[in-house]
Design a binder for this molecule. Structure first.
Ligand code: 1PR
Length: 531
């Protein structure tokens, strides 16, 4: 029996699903005394270091946890579950960690690199451990802004390390107590094998593990994301649809490209690094009333062991009976249904308009700030739906312009990228660069950058748009809209430096297999994750 220390912050459903998929059952820690009764304990920490420790204290878990760990009983910490084993973290100055491992957790330096460190990276296994006995050098999924560093005092704990700008500790183990910075439950088949080792009690068996990879530097992969635009068709069934410049109807009917859960599972099997669901009519319907969409997420998370993002309708809402739901309530429901990240579209535009009207600073009240505070920045994606607006000269607008290689209808040589709301139906007086910058300041962890002009055209990503936004922020950027062939993916990575590329139509219609994209990227020496 596996005991899960879930203190209610973030997506623990996927871990539970992974444990079930591996044939084990799991029980919850509900009271402090359950900790010392546990046979094998998993702590999938999520959110901020300080918030995690504060909750552990409030629930009375800190002392029994220290006792459990001091006795060297079977333990697997994940992500914050690794960091809280240390003495403290720069993320929450003055907050003491569990203090089992000497050292402080520090923030990645974002002067050269996008932070969070989000995506698939290698691990260098530095000691023999059965935990990594089945590990064949696959990339594993990380998402974190803070990292633990190896020092002389903690070197005997270090099991594996990874590089992102600098080396950091990606796994620790001493006896039966282990912890990993990556998410095994989100790391595809390789992660599941590692998790199985712990669940089966093999983590400290006598079987000698292979000695890990050579001391070569590890590399973060560029991510390939499959996107499913979901909505009800005219018969009321939820379908995956696909627009042509956001128009999802053909001869009057909503295009139907398949069933959401089946398609998501197919993309997982085919090697997608992430799967994104966009509830494209979420802006007009209240998502919590949309049980089928929540069910899609719940069922997809039983079969998809890579990160899942959900967007559409993340905003405050008052229902017909006068009950008020905050955007955080909506996001919370999505996380509990199996999402790892939520994507905020229209509401982000409204938030930025309000913030700019107030002088540019947040006041803690927006959906972006509130969700980031509780679930961490990495859980908040801002989805932008921009459209080109052409001008003769940069002085003709207050917005951020680019000189374009594709002149406008009247030969205009400049354009800006206007943000829209409600699925592109309404343009607002704000540009994509400004929006991305303000959202980053408010705490968004990633930008999903669509293009209405390119959506569904297969003409390639809008490199001018992507380049402008990529160079304006430090958080990861996902280029979206327009992929038509493998070359387009290589081009967007090489020419703009984005961390991820997303596509829909070419994957749905099986025109370009994900494997072919990754194969081509490897030929171009662009780092990718092999399935
Ligand atoms: O505004 O917070 O309720 O969120 C609504 C979400 O739904 C937003 O993320 C918005 O981008 C999305 N959305 C709304 N209407 C549409 C539509 O198509 N009519 N889809 C829509 C956005 C863009 C991508 C698409 C890429 C790649 N679609 O999802 O997958 O363009 O396509 P391609 O590779 O085929 O070119 P809110």
């Amino acid at each position: 029996m596996i005991s899960l220390l879930d203190y209610g912050a973030g997506n623990v459903r996927s871990l539970r699903n992974a444990i079930h998929a591996l044939g084990f059952s799991v029980t919850e820690i509900e009271r402090p005394e359950d900790i010392l009764k546990a046979e094998r304990l998993i702590f999938p920490g999520v959110g901020a270091f300080g918030a995690a420790m504060e909750r552990l204290h409030r629930l009375g878990y800190v002392e029994p946890l220290r006792e459990y760990l001091a006795a060297g009983r079977p333990y697997l910490g994940i992500c914050i579950g690794l960091q809280t084993l240390f003495e403290g973290s720069e993320e929450s100055p003055g907050v003491a960690g569990l203090g089992l491992i000497p050292g402080q957790v520090r923030r990645f330096d974002d002067s050269e690199l996008a932070v969070p460190h989000m995506g698939w990276n290698d691990v260098r296994v530095e000691r023999d451990s059965p935990l990594f006995a089945d590990y064949a050098g696959e990339k594993l999924y990380f998402v974190h802004s803070y990292r633990a560093e190896q020092t002389a005092e903690n070197a005997d704990w270090v099991l594996a390390s990874t590089d992102y700008g600098c080396p950091f500790i990606s796994a620790v183990q001493r006896g039966q107590v282990g912890a990993v910075q990556f998410h095994p439950e989100k790391s595809g088949a390789a992660g599941l094998r590692l998790l199985r080792r712990f669940l089966a009690g093999d983590a400290v068996s006598a079987t000698p593990a292979r000695r890990g990879a050579a001391a070569a530097p590890t590399h973060l992969a560029r991510r390939i994301i499959a996107c499913l635009d979901v909505r009800a068709n005219d018969a009321g069934d939820l379908v995956v649809t696909k627009g042509d410049q956001y128009d999802v109807r053909e001869s009057g009917a909503v295009r139907n490209l398949g069933k959401p859960v089946e398609l998501a599972a197919r993309y997982y099997e085919e090697g997608a690094d992430e799967v994104t669901f966009l509830n494209i009519t979420g802006f007009r319907d209240f998502p919590l009333a949309d049980q089928p969409m929540l069910e899609v997420l719940e069922r997809a998370s039983e079969r998809v062991f890579v990160p899942l993002t959900i967007g559409g309708g993340i905003r405050a809402f008052t229902d017909g009976e006068g009950t008020h739901y905050s955007a955080l309530d909506v996001a919370d429901r999505y996380f509990r249904a199996g999402a790892d990240k939520v994507s905020i579209g229209s509401e982000a535009v409204h938030i930025v308009e309000q913030v700019l009207a107030r002088g540019g600073e947040g006041d803690g009240s927006s959906a972006i700030e509130q969700i980031a505070e509780v679930y961490g920045n990495q859980a908040v994606v801002v989805s932008i739906d921009p459209r080109r607006i052409y001008v003769e000269r940069p002085e003709d607008t207050r917005h951020h312009t680019v000189e374009t290689a594709e002149p406008g209808p009247d030969g205009e040589r400049y354009c800006w990228f206007q943000c829209t709301v409600k699925g592109g139906r309404e343009g607002r007086d704000i540009d994509a660069v400004e929006l991305a910058r303000v959202c980053e300041r408010l705490g968004a962890g990633e930008i999903l950058l669509n293009s209405i002009d390119r959506d569904g055209t297969g003409a390639g990503f809008d490199l001018e748009l992507v380049g402008a936004v990529r160079s304006a922020v430090r958080i990861p950027v996902i280029a979206s809209s327009g992929a038509g062939c493998v070359e387009h993916f290589a081009e967007v990575f090489e020419r703009t430096g984005v961390e991820a590329a997303l596509a829909a139509g070419v994957f749905h219609r099986r025109e370009v297999p994900i494997e072919a994209v990754k194969g081509y990227l490897r030929e171009r020496a662009i780092e990718t994750r092999l399935r």
